[in-house]
Design a protein around this ligand. Sequence first.
Ligand SMILES: *Cc1c(COP(=O)(O)O)cnc(C)c1O
Length: 479
Amino acid sequence: MSLTKTNISKLQVSKEDMKSYGYQVIDAIVEHFDTEHLKKPVAYASRDEMDLLFNAEIPEKESDFQEVFDFVIKKVLPNSNIVSHPKSFSFVPGPSNYVSVMADTLATGFNVFSGGWAASPAAAEVEIVTMNWLLKLFKFPAKTGGGIFTSGGSMANLTALTTARQQRCGDDFSKAIIYMSDQTHSSNIKAIRILGFKKEQVRIIPTDLEFKMAMNKLKNAIAKDRLEGLQPFCIIATAGTTNTGSVDPLNEIAKICKIENLWFHVDGAYGGAAILSKKGKQLLKGIEKADSLTIDPHKWLFQPYEMGCLLVRNHKWLSKTFSEKPEYLRDIEGNTSEINFYDHGVQLTRRFRALKFYMSMKTFGLDAFKSAITYSIDLADNVEDYLRKSMNWEVISPATLAVINFRYNPIGKTFSEKELDALNQKISQNVVDSREALLVTTVLQNQVVLRMCLINPRTTLNDVKETLELCESFTETRL
Ligand SMILES: *Cc1c(COP(=O)(O)O)cnc(C)c1O
C-alpha cells in the first residue's frame, strides 16, 4: 500500500491513511506484547552486519510507506534485545506495560510540550500530582518536597548533584569532597565529571562483605579530609546497588550527614521502587531522610523508556539551581504555585513523561504494582533456595531486592578459582550465544559470577530453572 501524501511538501498524510498506518503500528505493538515470550531475548549483531542492512545515503525522494514500515518491522525492531522478555535477566530489565506504551503514544501524538505551565497546565499539574504520590510513598515532606521527571536515572543523578553543588558550595567548589562506595553506579561518576569536579575530589569508600559502604572507613575519610582543610560536602548512598541489590546503611549515613552537615543523596534508581513491598520497605529504612533521591520508573515501576525521577526535600532547591529568566520566557512565568518544570531541571522542551505514570497507576492501581514488586522479591528468594539445594550451584550474594549472584561450582569437583572464573564466563557466553536467555556475568570480590535481576513480574521460577539447566548443559562439553 502506498500512502496518499495529501501534501507531501507539508509532510501531510490523508486521514484514511493515517488510520490504516496507525492500526498497523498498534497491531505490531500488540503482537509484540502477545508473543515476546516466544521469541529469543538476545539479538547480538556486529557493526558489519548492521552496516550491511542499514547503511545508505539520505533518500532524496519518497518511498513506499509499506516498504519502509515492513523493513522496520522485519529488520530494525528484531535487532534489539527484548528487555521485557521473561528470560532477560541481565543489567536491569525493562518489563514495561501496555497502558504506559499507549500513554506515551498519546503524549507523542499530541506532541505535548511539558516544559512550562502556560504551554500545558494539565501536563504540569499531572506531573505535580504524580510527584506528590511519589513524595508520599517515600515519606518526603509533603509541603516542601518536590521533584522532576527526567530521561532516566543518570539524568536524575546529574540533576541531584548539580543541585547539591549549587546549594552547598555556590560557585567555589574547589575544596568540596564527595563520598560514595565502590558499588556506586557509574552515572554518578559521570555526573561529577560533567560538573567539573576533579578526580581528587571523590572518595571511593570500600564496601563490606555484604557490598554495603563501610561506615568506619567513611568516617575516617571524612575526618581526614577535614584535618586537611578540605570541605566534605556530599555522600552518595545507594539503595539497591546494580551488582547485588545491596542497600547502604541509610540511617547511619543520614546521621553522619546531619552531624557533618553534608548533602545526603540516595541513588535508588534500581532499588527505590521496592518501597512498595514489605521486605523492601524494611530494607530501605532511612531513605526518607535523603536530601535528594533518584528513582527510575523505567526500571521497577514498569514504565517504558524513558523515565527517571528525582525527588528533593525542598522544591525551592531545584528552582534556585535551575531557573534562569530569559526575556523570551517573560510572558509565561505564571504565579509561584504554577510550576514551570523547565525551572526545575536541565531541559526546556520536555516530553510529557508524567502521563504514562499517571495512566498506568490509575488503570492498574497501586496494589497491582505492590503485588508485582513483591512477587519478584519472593521469586528471587525462591531462586536462592533452589540454588542452595542444588549440587551444582553456589550462591555468591544472596537474593536482595530481586537480584542474586551465583556461580557454577559443583560439589565433588575441585576447580581452581581461575578455572571457575573461566567456566562461568563460558557458561554465560554460551547462553548468550544461544540467544535463549540474557545472562551475563559480573565480578564480585574477584570472582566471575552469573547475575540475575528478576524484576520482571512475568518471569517464573520455571523460566529460571530452564535457564539453569541450559547453563548446566554447557558444562558437559567443558573448557
Ligand atoms: C540504572 C541505574 C542508574 C542509571 O539510570 P539510567 O536510567 O540508566 O540512566 C543509576 N543508578 C543506579 C543504581 C542504577 O541501577
